[in-house]
Design a protein around this ligand. Structure first.
Ligand SMILES: *[C@@H]1O[C@H](CO)[C@@H](O)[C@H](O)[C@H]1NC(C)=O
Ligand SMILES: *[C@@H]1O[C@H](CO)[C@@H](O)[C@H](O)[C@H]1NC(C)=O
Ligand SMILES: *[C@@H]1O[C@H](CO)[C@@H](O)[C@H](O)[C@H]1NC(C)=O
Ligand SMILES: *[C@@H]1O[C@H](CO)[C@@H](O)[C@H](O)[C@H]1NC(C)=O
Ligand SMILES: *[C@@H]1O[C@H](CO)[C@@H](O)[C@H](O)[C@H]1NC(C)=O
Ligand SMILES: *[C@@H]1O[C@H](CO)[C@@H](O)[C@H](O)[C@H]1NC(C)=O
Length: 383
């Protein structure tokens, strides 16, 4: 199957030199220039949304090769978040980047299990995909939660519903395994959502983690319990770890695997807030992405996923960080189920490893990276 895809891509590469969009080429498989100099490579796994595209514009702006985009179930189901990835790539003529739909379900977590845990330990301010199903809320333009993972809420596609389709040569986890085999030591794995697909890849291939270049994630807050009580519910929301809690077992597998380097953008992801002034500034240059950002990014949330992406692209953005042994609490009976726990070497349990925990970044630099990426996005013709 992969060789069929390759010859299809080679054939369409020849065609593309003459016609920009050959009608014989299936959607999502437009050819890319693979003869150019080798660029740093990244696979982006995220729970994509209408305004989630900055995390793929950033690596493209830094001249990285985005080998592919993977969707996961975290804020909504992997189908809906993957369709957002397809749509937000399409609006910018970036459909040459393949999108793989990730696992529908976390490894163990389910709606019933999650809600039963909340009944014992307290409700999370943001429940992500496991918020109770509410079709009225979905019809108002929100992504689907709970119920059937195949459910699509078209009203949530403010960017347009995609006309392209998921890559179908393999599944998301195996795509990551194959790319790491193809480019050993070169592929950065980015996760801005739950770690389900990455855990599956780790378990499928014992060499996957050690042959990747690194794993960089958004999520993994630490010592924020007081902040969950001493401010508004929104402050608690900004300090709760939905990415890990949606799939605690996957988080433990991924964050204890033998990646050469693991970097966590947890608390630091709250450092740089989206503001109206900044949205206005970016919108001074008008294009499809600056318009979507202006209309849909909002000023409620900080640049969470963008912070983790920027750390991959330019590690000099890190102003302060620490290193510790990390584990993820997978005890269902625990109020910190799905939260990380840090240890010093002398006290760490077996089978955990050290991670880099970023505590401060250069916020002005992050904003200038975002501004450049959104104002002057690349298209497939320039990749
Ligand atoms: C592919 O990239 C190489 C090196 O950057 C360049 O010389 C060549 O013109 C590119 N080919 C196409 C079809 O864009
Ligand atoms: C797909 O095509 C339809 C019809 O042309 C258009 O309305 C829609 O915006 C397109 N979707 C995207 C994501 O561009
Ligand atoms: C995408 O390509 C079409 C057709 O070439 C062009 O009209 C449109 O302006 C491009 N859009 C972007 C965002 O580059
Ligand atoms: C469902 O969503 C609607 C619209 O946002 C809201 O008014 C209603 O209270 C929600 N229902 C439940 C049970 O939360
Ligand atoms: C691991 O990543 C961190 C953060 O980007 C960086 O400071 C460190 O140099 C990296 N270590 C190795 C061994 O690559
Ligand atoms: C880095 O963070 C640690 C812990 O918060 C702090 O003690 C230290 O002063 C910081 N270093 C710099 C250079 O800001």
């Amino acid at each position: 199957m992969p060789s069929l895809v390759k010859s299809l891509q080679a054939a369409s590469a020849a065609l593309a030199a003459i016609v920009p969009l050959a009608s014989a080429v299936p959607a999502g498989f437009y050819p890319r220039n693979v003869t150019g100099p080798s660029k740093p490579k990244v696979i982006l796994d995220n729970d994509w949304s209408t305004a989630g595209f900055i995390t793929f514009l950033l690596p493209l702006a830094s001249d990285w090769d985005v080998l592919g985009v993977v969707s996961d179930t975290a804020d909504s189901w992997a189908l809906q978040t993957g369709l957002h990835a397809l749509a937000t790539l399409e609006v910018g003529n970036l459909s040459c980047i393949p999108v793989y739909k990730g696992s529908d379900y976390p490894l163990i977590q389910t709606e019933e299990r999650f809600q039963a845990w909340e009944a014992v330990h307290g409700v999370l301010p943001w429940e992500g995909v496991f918020a109770a199903k509410n079709l009225t809320y979905e019809a108002e333009g929100n992504d689907p939660t709970s119920g059937n993972p195949d459910r699509i809420s078209r009203a949530a596609f403010f960017e347009g519903f995609p006309n392209t389709t998921f890559a179908s040569d393999t599944n998301a986890a195996n795509f990551m395994v194959e790319q790491v085999k193809k480019y050993p030591g070169e592929v950065s794995i980015y996760s801005g959502g739950a770690l389900t697909n990455i855990a599956l890849a780790v378990r499928m291939d014992p060499d996957f983690a050690k042959n990747a270049k690194e794993l960089v994630i958004m999520g993994g807050y630490i010592d924020v319990n007081l902040l969950q009580t001493s401010g508004s519910v929104m402050q608690a929301d900004l300090n709760s770890d939905i990415n890990l809690i949606v799939d605690p077992e996957a988080a433990k597998i991924a964050l204890t695997a033998d990646f050469p380097n693991i970097t966590i953008a947890g608390n630091v992801a709250n450092q740089v807030q989206s503001t109206q002034d900044f949205l206005d500034e970016v919108y001074e240059v008008k294009n499809v992405y600056s318009e979507l950002m202006y209309n849909y990014y909002g000023t409620t949330f900080p640049f969470w996923d963008e912070t983790a992406a920027a750390i991959i692209l330019d590690p000099s953005i890190v102003k302060n960080s620490t290193e510790f042994y990390l584990d993820v609490d997978v005890a269902y009976a625990s109020p910190s189920y799905g939260n990380i726990h840090a240890y010093q070497e002398a006290l760490a349990p077996p089978n955990v490893r050290t991670v880099n925990y970023v505590t401060e970044i250069d916020g002005a630099k992050l904003k200038s990276m975002i501004k450049k990426a959104v104002q002057y996005p690349k298209t497939c013709a320039q990749l």
